[in-house]
Design a protein around this ligand. Sequence first.
Ligand code: NDP
Length: 310
Amino acid sequence: MTTRCLIIGSGPAGYTASIYLTRAGVDSVLVEGLQPGGQLTQTTTIENFPGFPDGVDANELMDAMRQQALNLGAVVRSDIVKSIDLSHRPFVATLDGGETIQAQAVIVATGASAKYLGLDDEKKYAGMGVSACATCDGFFYRKRVVAVVGGGDTACEEAHYLSKLASKVYIIVRKDYLRASAAMQKRVSERENIEILYNTNTVGLYGEGGVEGAHLVRHMGTEQEERFDLPIDGFFLAIGHRPNTAFLDGQLALDDSGYIKTDGMTTATSVEGVFAAGDVADPRYRQAIAAAGTGCRAALDAEKFLAANE
Ligand code: NDP
C-alpha cells in the first residue's frame, strides 16, 4: 500500500493530524496502534479540554475525534507498525502481519506509556493489585487501602482521585519532598485519608492470589535504613511515562529521556519528511489539548513538505 503521509498513533495528536490532512486533500493513512484512542482511553472524565463546559467522557471524546476523521474521508487502519525504514523515501513501514505501507512523509504520534519500577512482583501481580491507572482501576478499591508510588503531579492526582474511593491512600515518595505543583500538593494535603511516606522505596510486594502488602525501605542505603511492610490492597504506579519509540530502532534523534527531538517551533525531526506530534515528543506538557495542537502542526508541516518535495 502507498500513501502520501503515514500517521502512526491514534491519540489526540494522530487524529488531529488525520483531520487536517484529510481536509487539505492530502492522501494519508492512520495506523491506530496497540491502544486505539491512546492514553485518554484509560481515564474517565476530562474537564480541561476546551469546548465541553460540563466535561467530557474521555472515551467519547476519542470516539468523536475518530468519527470526525472518518466523516471527512480519512483512512484508519486497526493495525500496529512493527518497524519502519526511514533511511530513504518513500519510507517503508511494516505492519504486524507483514504488510508494508510506503509513504513520502510520516507523522509519529505514538504517545507514551506508564513506567514501572522494574520489580518482578509488578509482573507477578499485574491485574491482581498492581495498576498504572487509578481512574481505570480505582473502582475496585472502594473502602480499601492503596498506595501510589511517585511524587509528581500524576501521583498526587491519582492519590486524590483514589482518596474519594479508598479508605486510606499512602503516597510512597523516594525523596524527602514532592515534585508536584503547589496546587496539586494543596489538594492532597486537604484529604485526611492521604498519608505521605517520604524517603521510602518499594522493594517488593507480597500476598497470596493478589497484593496484600508492599515491602518498603525507609532511608535506603543509609545508616538509618529501616525495612518494613505496609499492608495494602492496591499498588498504583505514577512515576512518569516512557515515550513509545522502540519501533523506530534509533533512526530518529531522541533527547536524554528518550523523547523525539523536534526542530524549534516545528514538528520536524532529525529525518527530513518525518514529523513528531503529541506525547512522544513532549516531555513537558503531556496534555490532550497540547497533543492535538502538535498534531495540527505536524499535519501542516507534512503538507508543506510534500508540496515542496513531490
Ligand atoms: P514526573 O516526572 O513529574 O514525576 C515522577 C515522579 O516519580 C517523581 O516524584 C519521581 O521521583 C518519581 N519516580 C521516578 N522514578 C521512580 C522510581 N524508580 N522509584 C520511585 N519514584 C520514582 O511525572 P508525572 O507523571 O507526575 O508528570 C509528568 C508531567 O505531566 C509533569 O510535567 C506534570 O506537571 C504533568 N502533569 C500535569 C498534571 C496536571 O496539571 N493536572 C497531571 C499529571 C501530570 P523524583 O522526584 O525523586 O525524581
